[in-house]
Design a protein around this ligand. Sequence first.
Ligand code: ZN
Length: 72
Amino acid sequence: MRQQYNCIICGRVSDQPFCQGCMDKAKQYYDTISAFIKANPNATVMEIYNSTSVPLSVIRGIIQIGWMEPSN
Ligand SMILES: [Zn+2]
């Protein structure tokens, strides 16, 4: 059985953490977050959120699926 997810951005059921329709957006968010973390290696999730305006649920989701290591 394939694993099912609810897309982190739109909530649609998908076989990936981001559905096809949101994948481009997800990569943009990821680039934004990873650039910020590179410049601010000790940033917390709240600091990332406040500085990048990427939705909190998306930041948490990206960390949860292992795209990003949380700093604390
Ligand atoms: Zn989606």
